[in-house]
Ligand binder design. Structure first.
Ligand SMILES: [Zn+2]
Length: 173
């Protein structure tokens, strides 16, 4: 889905989709957004975790958003699905009355790209971040998931070494 479309919202925030320096296409505001504004709802088709897993197992790029700790998934098709990740974002997400909202963390100036922290918590593949923030985590995964992945990889790296050592000791005896 390429092009430029505008979403005029109830609170008069005007968002456009255009090429992003962070990744592919991004979502930009043409008007000033005040801190705390509910900018746009993350709309999409509701899926269960299993449905989403079956549908997108082989896909590199998806627009899935996990609710209720990942039990419910939104398969995004709205403007919000274009919002890129940033480690120092200008928006956050929050679930209000069953809907997922993108909310301004600070005042956002016209022309700025909207971003929020994806904090991905599912997956083993690398999910590199190119946000360019000073304290970029280097990944779209949450800090907690990165710690989990690191442990998992250390375990995997230690396992073959251990079996090799046992082969060596078997040879020696
Ligand atoms: Zn980053």
């Amino acid at each position: 889905m390429v092009g430029c479309f505008c979403g005029e919202l109830s609170n008069h925030v005007t968002l456009i989709i255009r090429k992003s320096a962070i990744h592919s296409f991004g979502c930009y505001t043409t008007k000033r957004i005040r801190k705390g504004t509910l900018v746009v709802e993350y709309v999409g088709a509701p899926l269960s975790y299993e449905e989403a897993d079956d549908l997108y197992d082989d896909f590199e790029n998806t627009y899935l958003f996990g609710l209720d700790g990942g039990k419910r998934i939104i398969d995004g098709y709205g403007v919000a699905a274009f919002i890129n990740h940033c480690c120092k974002p200008n928006c956050e997400t929050d679930q209000i009355a069953g809907k997922m909202w993108i909310i301004a963390l600070r005042d956002i100036e016209p022309g700025e790209e909207l971003t929020y922290d994806y904090c991905l918590y599912d997956g083993d593949d690398d999910a590199p971040c190119y946000c360019g923030a000073k304290r970029c985590r280097g990944s779209l995964y949450s800090a907690a998931h990165l710690r989990k992945l690191k442990k998992k990889r250390e375990k995997a790296a230690a396992a073959p070494a251990a079996s090799l050592a046992s082969v060596e000791s078997a040879k020696a005896s």
